[in-house]
Ligand binder design. Sequence first.
Ligand code: ARG
Length: 698
Amino acid sequence: MSSRSQILMCHPAHFDVQYVINPWMEGHVGRVRKDVALEQWDHLFSVVSQLVRVAVIEGSEDLPDMCFTANAGFILGNRFVPSTFRFYQRQPEIPLFSSWFDDAGFDVDDAMADTPFEGEGDALLQLDGNPTPVLWAGYSVRSSLESHREINQRLQIDVVSLRLVDERFYHLDTCFVPLGDGRVMYYPAAFDEMSLKQIRQRVPGDQRLEVGESDAMRFACNALLLDHTLITNHASDRLIRQLSDWGYETIVTPVDEFILAGGAVKCLCLIIDQHANPVGTGHVESPIRSTHVELHGHLLDSGLINRIFDSTNDAGGEAKVEQLTIAQRHDQPSTAQLRIIAPSADRLDMIINRLMLLGARPSDEPQDARLEPVTKDGVAPNEFYSTTIYPTEVRCEGNWIPVDRQRMDAVIVVEMGHRDQSMARCRLIRDLRIGQRIVCGVDGVRVNRPMAKLGDKEFSFMSAGVSTERRVELAVQELAWEMRRIKNRGGRIVCVAGPVVVHTGGAAYLSQIIRLGYVQALLTGNALPVHDIEYNLFGTSLGVDLRRGVGVHGGHQHHIRAINLVRGAGSIREAVEQGLITGGIMYECVRNGVDYVLAGSIRDDGPLPDTFMDLTQAQAAYAAAIEKTDMILMLASMLHAIGTGNMTPAGVRLVCVDITPSVVTKLADRGSIESTGIVTDVGLFLNLLARRLSQSDA
Ligand code: ARG
């Protein structure tokens, strides 16, 4: 046994659960059996002391968690980096531990200024198996990602950041043990995908021991490894066997009274005799990256700040507000400066991309956009920037150039010209050609998302349950007013509609609205015109007599008869002109010069000769139809409405009417604030709208 102590423990005379800072403590306040805890600790102490020299620090009366010495800080060689606890309850432990280390002859570092770091609880050193020592470090619940970069810089050591995603495994030492020979034992469900990938990249399959849920829940991974002995609160026979196959002896010593506070063996032991040789040689630079974004608008009342935090965390990063100016009045905007930190440059790009969609603006010194060439027709370079519906600019040779044909889910092609003659436009991936240059990453991309204004309605406005008839009427009244204004200024209204319009008896009203000149283009599929024409010819819609609401004998074949008639005429237009079709939606379109685009699908009967069965062509025709449109009215058509939504830039007023709230919300996910959703029966809605529009036209 070496003369220097290897482990620091703290006598648990004052151990208790007095507050709740992790899920294990919930419901356990004041429930600790002190005598049981003392007995278990004494036993652990004697087990550990038989193997190594253990130093003991006195506890303190008002610090019930101080016995969890693993959280005191991190030791490397003679250096002690004290923790910065996330929760104030444990902060006062720091001076006590620091002075103990000072007295013991360690060099005591300054604690990290304002970023949480919880010591060895979240930082486990592995000396062998890798060319250089590796520090496995946990973040997200307690320690911050930022602290990992700081540790990397201070100690010149390779830090692997692992994100913890289950609050019950809040410290890395609750779910991960570096063993000898580069092996590791861990509980996979405690980590996110990105972190599991990191583990798998660094440790080959036969060197990884994945622990099951029942072992993990009993803190099997919260184990102290001393040479080839693993000391833990619990281990199943299977786990013991697996470890013994690798040459480890397992000693089980129950400390379940401490689990009431969320800690077990490893938490109670701090390794203080830890040397990483060779430190500094082959030092790996931290992959962690950060940048700044700014926000402007109704940050608090619109919940924007929260969404920024959630989006960042979900993608494995961290956001920190560095400056916040709150408006004095509710109609004034607030502003914030945030620092965004991510485990890698790629992740940072991904996060910034998401935040830009929410309205954040990168605020660090701008750079030119990175352009990569297309090397295969119809395929974008891997890191392509994917567009949103919002007006976007890209920076080329110092100039910001606006992107043309804005739409979502496209890439940006840049054609460099002389001086500020460069051009940028959105292109679908399938339309890319070899040699074109594509914007990659998020540098040099600026998205101008209009901030939510006061009084903006939520898209799900009038969602199920709250949409009373009176409210539908009010919405229709407002809509009619807007449509009239668009019509008066010679604007463009496009209607996307599904066959339900006909089934619910709305065809006559939509026909009337078209006749009044409120629709400039109709986007639909094969079914709406089929049933509309069927109704005109036979008075049925899918065989149902709409006036009486009953099925008509033999009516099921009406729709294919309608199709056949149009096929005979050559097209819908010709069928109208030959006088075969005498009324209805399609009739009014033809008579009033309203463009229509029919996009087919696998379930189409016929199809009508006018229906595009080549969907690439159909998409292009839809896209052309919505150019320079002021308003899109989406009537009970999930497929075609969402398809249209995807190609519509921000700034176009979207009104979605559907009986199913999920269609309305799906469209809202695009984030348009110019959108209104109305959850109601579309036949009823069209009836009200036609009445309003004809009144105001009278
Ligand atoms: N109640 C303590 C806390 O939540 C338990 C600490 C356990 N320590 C550990 N290294 N996992 O901070």
